[in-house]
Write a protein that binds this ligand. Structure first.
Ligand SMILES: [Zn+2]
Length: 505
């Protein structure tokens, strides 16, 4: 992600951790890892809670979960998200939507397994706004309770260890937006300026339009089918199945996009509206640019450098980690750009003059953030510090200032003076500490180990962890291994202390 028109990127706006937390649709305080399983509540119309599927006990009786783990992923930056007791391997979602209609309906099929050794009696999925009307696990109706933007699902029988189950959720209703912490921009399913819809989902917006294990520690392959009125275009990640829409029984168009590479939930893209899809082949990679139909030729040209940037990064970081690439521009001023997998998301304000200033940053995320995803939000510098640094490298390669000049200028601004790079406050507010501070730390690493070892560390980081989630400890181990020296203290000084040391010459 990159905020628009930021030389200095976001200033830390959160003064306390609590205020950095995700705003929940119901205004409830974020819940920590230790919170109890939500209790079953009675159905409401349009409220935040409901029950579904054949309950076999009184609706006010709380589920008695003997499950050994809390129902949220321990993450001090954004607590209350995801469920560490399950691992979703694939999700296929069909969403029915139409321009000018704020309601959606959908059907999601998730293949998941338990991560705990004992039989799992219940688990949660994020779903914020739409109400589930039917939930089955392996075809059998499951009990469920909705509260705090999460569905607690209790299968008819516990899920045994090491066994895949198929979970199907049918749902409908109004997506419930949140705001991007510290930046105040809408997160989730939202309107563009021309009657269409799109999703900007970092950090927790996907749950506004699909039930999801909404945490970057659980990546899955995704199929997103957008069922829209005839003539409307649906855009998502990866490859368009069949090269175009299929006609549904009721005369609508269904655009089915498949992303086989594991994808974190916040990187899932959905957009519905009047788009031109411009496809081309680049080696083995299919590139699809999605532009608003009325976007000028000149503005479209701002995205011409995609292939050159990908080639340059591949020469530095290793092969492009996917078979699909591109970009999407949605017809609204977005205030930021997001690295949605294979197809980064820009607003019309993402084009300045004849260029898209965030393009190199968002494309770098395809390696750093999308292929290798941080295990927790506290490690978001592994996304933003790396993408910032890669952007500096592209700028130098493209004839701009050298990385060394840029890094020293960034260091002088003291990006991590207020809070350290890995401080949950920095991560939660996406502050300059994680962007420039993280990138300055990488430059210090390069100055310390030399160009050759530095690039080897970056390449090994991607080749070892591509398709998975990893943490700063994994990076320290790789950097120490590749450089032949223990860099634990180095990373501690640069990432966990304030102020950062002086950049080595
Ligand atoms: Zn970014």
């Amino acid at each position: 992600m990159r905020r628009r028109s930021t030389g200095a990127v976001a200033v830390a706006a959160c003064l306390a951790l609590a205020s950095c937390s995700v705003t929940r649709g119901d205004g409830a305080a974020p819940s920590g890892p230790g919170r109890p399983v939500p209790s079953i509540t009675t159905p409401t119309s349009g409220g935040g809670a409901s029950t579904t599927a054949a309950p076999s006990r009184p609706s006010d009786e709380p589920p008695t979960s003997g499950d050994p783990l809390p129902d949220d992923v321990p993450d001090s930056t954004f607590p209350g998200l995801g469920d560490p007791r399950i691992d979703v391997s694939s999700e296929a979602v069909t969403v029915r939507a139409a321009p000018d209609d704020p309601e959606i309906s959908g059907r999601a099929r998730l293949t998941l397994r338990s991560t705990v050794d004992e039989p799992l009696t219940s688990f949660t999925l994020g779903l914020r706004g739409p109400q589930a009307t039917s939930i089955t696990v392996d075809g059998t109706a499951a009990r469920s309770a909705a509260a705090d933007g999460e569905l607690t699902i209790t299968p008819g029988s516990p899920i045994p260890p090491d066994t895949d189950v198929e979970v199907e959720v049918v749902y409908a209703g109004l997506p419930d937006q949140t705001e991007f912490p510290g930046w105040g921009m809408p997160v989730g399913w939202q309107a563009d300026d021309e009657g269409g819809w799109f999703a900007m989902s970092e950090p927790d917006g996907t749950a506004t339009w699909a039930p999801v294990n909404d945490h970057p520690s659980d990546k899955a392959s995704w199929t997103v089918a957008l069922d829209v009125p005839r003539g409307v275009t649906g855009v998502s990640n990866g490859r368009l199945e069949g090269g175009g829409p299929t006609r549904t029984g009721d005369g609508r168009d269904r655009w089915t996009w498949v992303e086989d590479e594991p994808m974190a939930s916040y990187l899932v893209l959905a957009a519905v509206g009047a788009y031109d899809l411009v496809s081309s082949e680049h080696g083995d990679v299919q590139v699809v640019r999605a532009f608003p139909a009325d976007m000028s030729k000149g503005d479209r040209a701002a995205f011409d450098p995609i292939e050159d940037i990908l080639d340059y990064y591949a020469s530095q970081f290793g092969p492009y980690p996917d078979e699909d690439a591109g970009a999407i521009v949605v017809p609204t001023d977005l205030g930021l750009a997001l690295e949605s997998q294979t197809r980064p998301l820009f607003g019309t304000d993402g084009v300045t003059g004849d260029s898209a200033p965030a393009l190199a940053h968002e494309l770098a995320h395809q390696w750093f953030g999308d292929a290798v995803t941080p295990e927790t939000w506290t490690d978001v510098w592994l996304n933003e510090g790396f993408a910032t640094y890669a952007d500096w490298m592209w700028t130098e390669h493209d004839g701009g200032p050298t990385v060394d000049d840029t890094a020293r200028r960034a260091a002088r601004s003291g990006p991590a003076d207020e809070a350290a790079v890995r401080d949950p406050e920095s991560a939660g507010s996406f502050s300059a500490a994680v962007y420039e501070g993280g990138a300055v730390a990488l430059h210090a690493l390069r100055q310390t180990v030399g160009d050759e070892v530095f690039l080897r560390i970056l390449r090994t980081w991607v080749s070892t962890n591509g398709g998975a989630s990893a943490n700063t400890g994994d990076l320290v181990a790789i950097a120490s291994e590749e450089s032949g020296r223990d860099l634990t203290g180095f990373f501690d000084e640069w990432l966990d202390q304030t102020p950062q040391p002086d950049l080595p010459r």
